[in-house]
Design a protein around this ligand. Structure first.
Ligand SMILES: Nc1nc2c(ncn2[C@@H]2O[C@H](COP(=O)(O)OP(=O)(O)OP(=O)(O)O)[C@@H](O)[C@H]2O)c(=O)[nH]1
Ligand SMILES: [Mg+2]
Length: 195
């Protein structure tokens, strides 16, 4: 649920990037950071766990400009798959406005994608969300590599709810801004009162 601050006239929306290990979540945020004008972003935060040598999450606040009098901001998070069922997950899920599921399109990662999607679905349900009602984009990433799973197979397994989808090569900044725009469009629609 978007957090509106009437004093500062800001609407803050939370978007989480999910996906199996090394599918390209952080690369999406890096690409968005690099493709966004300085006055529209406030810094990419990458939080490492020095003991495990791995990332906890990345965070990128980004401005979408003004809607009427209000300044609309998206707060983009990535969450490593292995942390999904730790406490931090339920804290991060609180108040989520939308999610991107980043798919690693290679055949050898198909099972990992499916397992991660099931975990995400379960986690959202446990927090009282219905995936089908949230703004969402399924991103088919790593389309530059070999042994790719055909899109119709990925679609059937990982986009069963028929949400927006986008092919991407995040490491080359292909499809990353399109993914963000598809998300922003749905969030804007969700903020406008029905009727
Ligand atoms: N060839 C290719 N490499 C990619 C693509 N997207 C990401 N990578 C590479 O895959 C590796 C993992 O990418 P990350 O963005 O760190 O993946 P992640 O999902 O954040 O990984 P975790 O946070 O550890 O789960 C990096 O070496 C990226 O440069 C892509 O579309 N094509
Ligand atoms: Mg990462």
């Amino acid at each position: 649920m978007a957090f509106t601050n009437f004093d500062t006239k800001e609407i803050n929306c939370k978007v989480i990037y999910f996906g199996p290990d090394h599918c390209g979540k952080s690369e999406n945020l890096r690409s968005i950071y690099a493709s966004t004008a300085d006055d529209m972003k406030s810094g990419l935060m990458e939080l490492d766990d020095p003991d495990k040598g791995s990332k906890y999450f990345d965070f990128l606040p980004i401005s979408l400009g003004h809607v009427n009098d209000f300044h609309l901001k998206l707060h983009l998070f990535t969450l490593p798959a292995k942390n999904l069922f730790e406490t931090v997950a339920s804290v991060i899920l609180k108040g989520v406005d939308g999610f991107v599921f980043v798919v690693d399109s290679r055949l050898e990662r198909l099972a990992a994608n499916i397992e991660c999607y099931r975990n995400v679905d379960k986690l959202f349900r446990e927090e009282g969300y219905n995936l089908g009602e949230l703004p969402r984009v399924v991103q088919y990433n790593k389309r530059d590599l070999g042994s790719l799973v055909p899109l119709d197979v990925l679609r059937e397994e990982l986009n069963p709810l028929g949400g927006a989808e986008q092919e991407a090569i995040a490491s080359e900044s292909v499809g990353t801004m399109e993914t963000l725009h598809a998300m922003a469009k749905q969030i804007l629609v969700s903020l406008v009162p029905a009727g």
